[in-house]
Write a protein of this length. Structure first.
Length: 339
């Protein structure tokens, strides 16, 4: 995506975000599956719900077990579903083939719309084409900002991971960093690769990457600890998710390293770590907003023919830095699981 396109897409994002914020005040108490549990999951919702006919939306992500980032995405999706009288079906599989199977299941169920992440877009190309053949609108979120148009998706909600990485690299320069290691917790995930590549592009110091298994935190901890023990020059560990960042902070302590930890993405524990100084800063892409807008956009398309960005531009939800200077303003929402 060229610079002019990114600039134009940024102009879309604030408008959409404001619309979404206003819509949140109308969120109701129904849910994807009904009952008390779902009422609690859409906390903060007040009375008011769309009177349009019930529709079904499938949200299919590449969530790995234990990754709390996706709990925030799901809460946003559930809030929109409650407001829009949508039955939300949430499924996830970290493997590309498994995710493709879940999209096919949604097609077989004849859902009214599909929202999908594109961490490994090539594996989803064929099944997304099948959804289009079945006249089921598909939108993308979170991963795949560089691929959504190629796959023929209606809209995309997320951040440009390369731009986010470039911003973090520049921040490292400002912080005086000289040597950084970027920790990739899922090999083959295009978004994670783009983050590290973006950092490398703008960071002026020594840069290296290390691959870990994000589904095995003890292994993550030992791998990062070993890296820091072997290379004492590393003064910044760049994590690509909150759970990895919190584990990296433990590795720094275990290795007796003086390195600082910066990360992408937030959760309530991460904001607390920023307040304490355990984590230097984070790049926030607003996952709640991604889930909310993905579901809400499908309702708007079905009921009013709207599609954001005109099918030409993504709606950007990040990046934005969270550090000690502004973490208190974010922490109250993170505590509720919505940031």
């Amino acid at each position: 995506m060229d610079r002019s396109s990114r600039s134009q897409s940024r102009r879309f994002a604030p408008v959409v975000a404001l619309a979404a914020a206003a819509a949140l005040t109308l969120a109701g108490c129904s849910s994807s599956s009904g009952g008390k549990k779902s009422e609690e999951s859409a906390d903060g919702a007040s009375a008011g719900k769309a009177s349009t006919p019930r529709m079904t939306v499938a949200l299919v992500t590449h969530q790995s077990p234990g990754d709390t980032f996706w709990d925030i995405v799901r809460k946003g999706a559930e809030a929109a579903a409650a407001k829009d009288n949508v039955k939300l079906i949430y499924t996830n599989d970290p493997s590309a083939g498994g995710q493709a199977t879940l999209v096919q299941n949604a097609i077989d169920q004849k859902v009214d719309g599909i929202a999908v992440t594109l961490a490994k877009p090539d594996a989803l190309k064929d099944v997304i084409a099948k959804a289009k053949t079945a006249n089921i609108p598909v939108v993308g979120l979170n991963s795949g900002v560089s691929e959504w148009q190629k796959l023929g998706l209606l809209e995309f909600f997320g951040q440009d991971e390369t731009v986010a990485g470039e911003a973090l690299g520049k921040r490292l320069n400002d912080e005086g960093a000289k040597s950084a290691v970027c920790v990739i917790q899922e090999q083959g995930n295009i978004g994670l690769t783009q983050r590290c590549d973006g950092v490398k592009k703008t960071f002026e110091g020594k840069f290296q990457t290390v691959n870990v298994n994000g589904a095995d935190m003890p292994s993550v901890k030992s791998t990062i600890t070993a890296k820091l023990s072997q290379d004492k020059s590393i003064d910044y560990v760049v994590a690509l998710g909150a759970p990895i960042a919190l584990t990296a902070a433990q590795s720094v302590s275990d290795a007796g390293s003086k390195a600082k930890v910066a990360t992408f993405d937030l959760n309530k524990d991460l904001t607390g770590a920023i307040s304490k100084g355990t984590i230097a800063f984070a790049v926030d892409q607003q996952p709640y907003l991604q889930g909310y807008l993905a579901v809400d956009s499908l309702w708007l398309y079905k009921n009013n023919g709207n599609y954001m960005g005109g099918g030409e531009q993504p709606v950007l939800t990040g990046p934005a830095f969270v550090d000690k200077s502004n973490v208190d303003a974010v922490a109250q929402y993170a505590a509720k699981g919505t940031r």
